[in-house]
Design a protein around this ligand. Structure first.
Ligand code: FAD
Length: 461
């Protein structure tokens, strides 16, 4: 039986005999449920399977191979990429198990779990899961991309805290992956997204961080140059107990945006400090004095309030992203960035963000992984609204923002930011050795190439 001879209904009926989860094809009411968080991304797979177990995922892999189809995976769609009729989509949203072992300080969660669920389960024990800036993001998508959180300089990449995976390979094998079992996969899955399989469960450390001193200072756009230059100088001497980022913001005039920030150009300095509170306050003083803050929302906070640091958007929205890694941020780079993304530049971006790396992120982790570029000093990410009238010029402007600091760029990128499927972008996520090693592992564990689509590491063309 070939792909073209099978109707959608016949395909769905066949799949339904093999999996316990719901199967939906275009026209079925359940097919609507696949819309990703980034609603600008067209996602129209041949069929969608809301899997209920690793066995379901294994059946989908084998079925797709027989039908000559690809398999893609989606949890929340925060990192969505276009999906077409050549693929079956595995939806992990039903895999919501989440258990916390407080004594041994780890969590075991299903692939459909978002960070908020783990925060809710762990913080009553004074334990912190190392989430990213937004607790609405999926745990597994974030961790397989490395995971750069609001404490990254203090703790390193979140994926360095993984203890084990349950992984379904492209051939439908269900494997337990740990530093000792399938160590090649344990190395590779941490940084290569779905290149080597679909994760159905993950176990990771919880850290004893009940609270932090942090939050954000918001300044008026007219202070952007003073604040950004001061931030650049201040960053240089921060200890590893501090993680910081800065964002040029043009937030909409919407009811959920605080009035001082709505419909105008502002700049936010995000700050998270662990350890002694007085010392954390002292370290922040130069930024508090950089200009007169519109809002000073920095205080002692329970870890459960970690989302307040970045205050990322929660509701689904149409976005486009661009991204670069910088090896340094001299005064000339700040000027160049402000010239295209500052308050007087007619910037088309909602957010232009710099995160400082270094600290624990730059140190060798206990178990090597496929996450590269640990020597980068800063991430630069742009986020714009991908609404039809401005999506194209907005993306072109985002490229100009990234190009403005091109001479300070490392040339690398991180897998979690600005997702894309093109080979050139994928190659930039890895050093050459890592890319070839991942591509070779991909061929070994998925010889038919069922997973070889989308954001998957493969040999450069
Ligand atoms: C508002 C916002 C804030 C963010 N903040 C941060 C941040 O602070 N730090 C950071 O590092 N990243 C951040 N990201 C990026 C985010 O971590 C990635 O987009 C991540 O891939 C999202 O995972 P998801 O499952 O939610 O999204 P999805 O779009 O569902 O998945 C994205 C990709 O993750 C992989 N994936 C998902 N599930 C599985 C699985 N079960 N097995 C194997 N691979 C899988 C696949 O490649 C999939 O295409 C942010 C993104 C947004 C939109």
């Amino acid at each position: 039986m070939t792909l073209t001879s099978v109707t959608d209904d016949a395909l769905a009926d066949d799949l339904r005999t093999r999996v316990a989860g719901t199967v939906a094809v275009p026209g079925d009411p359940d097919y609507q449920r696949i819309q990703p968080w980034n609603v600008a991304v067209p996602v129209t797979p041949r069929a969608a399977v809301f899997v209920e177990s690793a066995q379901d995922v294994a059946e989908v892999m084998r079925f797709a191979a027989r039908q000559g189809l690809k398999v893609v995976v989606q949890s929340t769609g925060h990192g969505a990429l276009p999906v077409g009729q050549d693929a079956i989509m595995v939806l992990t949203g039903e895999l919501t198990s989440c258990t916390v072992d407080a004594l041994n300080r780890y969590a075991r969660v299903g692939a459909g779990v978002r960070w908020q669920q783990v925060i809710d389960a762990a913080t009553p024990y004074g334990l912190a899961p190392l989430c990213g800036s937004s607790p609405g993001v999926g745990v597994v998508g974030f961790l397989t991309g490395g995971g750069i959180g609001p404490l990254v300089r203090s703790v390193g990449a979140s994926s360095d805290y993984i203890r084990a995976f349950e992984l379904v390979t492209g051939t439908g094998e269900i494997l337990r992956v740990t530093p000792e079992e399938h160590s090649d996969l344990f190395w590779g899955v941490r940084g290569s997204k779905a290149t080597l399989g679909i994760v159905t469960e993950v176990e990771f450390d919880l850290l004893p961080i009940p609270q932090f001193y942090g939050g954000a200072l918001y300044f008026d756009g007219t202070d952007a140059a003073a604040v950004l230059h001061q931030w650049r100088r201040w960053c240089a001497d921060l200890p590893q107990t501090v993680t910081t980022s800065v964002a040029l913001l043009q937030l909409p005039d919407a009811p959920d945006v605080p009035p001082p920030l709505a419909g105008r150009f502002t700049i936010a300095v995000r700050y998270v400090a662990l350890g002694d509170t007085e010392e954390a306050q002292r370290l922040l003083m130069p930024m508090r004095e950089a200009a007169n803050p519109l809002i000073d929302a920095v205080s002692v906070m329970p870890y459960a309030a970690i989302a307040a640091v970045h205050a990322d958007p929660v509701d689904p929205m149409p976005t486009h992203e661009n991204h670069a890694l910088l090896r340094e941020l001299p005064a000339e780079a700040v000027d160049a960035l402000l010239a295209v993304a500052g308050p007087d530049a007619g910037s088309m971006q909602v957010i232009v963000e710099l995160r400082q790396l270094g600290g624990a992120f730059a140190q060798t982790p206990p178990h090597r992984s496929a996450l590269c570029h640990r020597d980068a000093a800063f991430t630069l990410t742009t986020i714009g609204a991908a609404v039809p009238e401005i999506a194209e010029p907005g993306a072109a402007h985002a490229a100009a923002v990234v190009a403005s600091v091109g001479q300070w760029s490392t040339g690398g990128q991180l897998p979690n930011f600005a997702p894309a499927a093109d080979a050139a972008r994928l190659a930039r996520c890895y050093d050459e050795d890592t890319l070839y090693q991942l591509a070779a592992l991909g061929e070994r564990y998925d010889p038919a190439g069922v997973l070889r689509t989308g954001q998957v590491a493969r040999y450069p063309l």
